[in-house]
Design a protein around this ligand. Structure first.
Ligand code: SAH
Ligand code: AVI
Length: 316
């Protein structure tokens, strides 16, 4: 009963966010809605593309420094992973952690999360695995697991998908969730040459384009809209002024889309802005985090300076 109510609320929120986003002068859709089961699978394919450097770079940084990262987390910590996805990177950390009190992967993509958590629990039989299907931008309950310290693990540069004010809000929430002395192990994608950034979001095989268009497929299926996904072109580019990759879906022609009694008109060339992916400099990020109650005390990067993993301590 409770979960039926929760899924009704999620559905209603999805409808309200889509209606509001498509009613703005620059049409917008929140990027968290990319991740239904198909979207999570498409994201996994993105992580394996030759152009998409973030995943393999972060994995390499994790592989090289996992022991030092685990030492920062400390013994008997409760590890809470935000936007956990397929639970790949955390395995490198779990292999080094001393007597972790438990592992709580949090993700909105419920079916995908539950499947990945079952597999992880089978591979780590002594570990308490407690998946939580939730939107981490809203309050959610942690299981009552006694631990020496709480550590949030937030890899993938998913923090980059939030506008600066939202990111600050999220950092503040994390600081309160872990409490004074608690930790945050965070992956951030760094500023780099446009010649590296833009191909990562415009891959030759068109997987990122399919990931972007899947949002329209999902809106059709779950909200009864009549988007023709083929009538929207994928566009991704680096916005220098804002230090972010922007993804858009561009209407190929003048067209109208219906959704539950509402009609949305598109001019030819008009776009829906579907995602931002901010790129940071480590020192600048550390400064922002300090203002949100988190002090950066270790940073690990790759030789090219493409990606950083940072440990921060809550100083509330
Ligand atoms: N951590 C993985 C996956 C990154 S993809 C990695 O580093 O490869 C981003 C993940 O965050 C997806 O699994 C998506 O479902 C999840 N996600 C995005 N916004 C979310 C939100 N607001 N609440 C919970 N999960 C979210
Ligand atoms: C999850 N997130 C950090 C990815 C990114 O790079 O911003 C999502 C993504 N969008 C297109 N490709 C990957």
């Amino acid at each position: 009963m409770t979960s039926t109510c929760a899924s009704r609320r999620t559905h209603d929120q999805f409808r309200a966010d889509v209606l509001a986003g498509l009613s703005r002068p620059q049409k917008r859709l929140p990027s968290k809605y990319f991740y239904d089961a198909a979207g999570s699978q498409l994201f996994d394919r993105i992580t394996e593309l030759p152009e998409y450097y973030p995943t393999r770079t972060e994995l390499a940084v994790m592989r090289e420094h996992a022991a030092a990262m685990a030492a920062r987390c400390g013994p008997r910590c409760l590890l809470v992973e935000l936007g956990a996805g397929s639970l790949v990177k955390v395995r490198l950390l779990l292999d080094e952690l001393v007597a972790p009190a438990g592992y709580v992967p949090v993700d909105v993509s419920g079916e995908h999360l539950r499947g990945a958590a079952r597999e992880l629990a089978a591979d780590y039989p002594g570990l308490g695995v407690h998946p939580v299907v939730a939107d981490f931008t809203r309050p959610f309950e942690l299981p009552p697991v006694p631990a020496a310290r709480r550590v949030v693990y937030f890899p993938g540069s998913t923090i980059g998908n939030f506008d600066p004010a939202e990111a600050d809000d999220l950092l503040g929430r994390v600081a309160r969730l872990v409490g004074p002395g608690g930790g945050l192990l965070l992956g951030i994608d760094l500023r780099k040459d446009t010649a590296v950034l833009e191909p990562a979001y415009n891959d030759a095989r068109g997987v990122t384009a399919a990931f972007n268009r899947n949002l329209l497929v999902r809106i059709n299926r779950e909200l009864g809209a009549d988007f023709d996904p083929a009538a929207f072109r994928h566009r991704a580019f680096y916005n220098h002024e804002r230090s972010r990759i922007e993804m858009h879906l561009v209407s190929a022609a003048e067209q109208r889309v219906q959704m539950g009694g509402a009609t949305f008109a598109f001019r030819a060339g008009e776009s829906i802005h579907t995602e931002n992916s901010y790129k940071y400099a480590p020192a600048e990020f550390a400064q922002r985090a300090a203002a949100c109650g988190l002090r950066a005390d270790a940073t690990w990067t790759d030789a090219n300076g493409f990606f950083a993993v940072m440990h921060l301590t809550a100083i509330l």
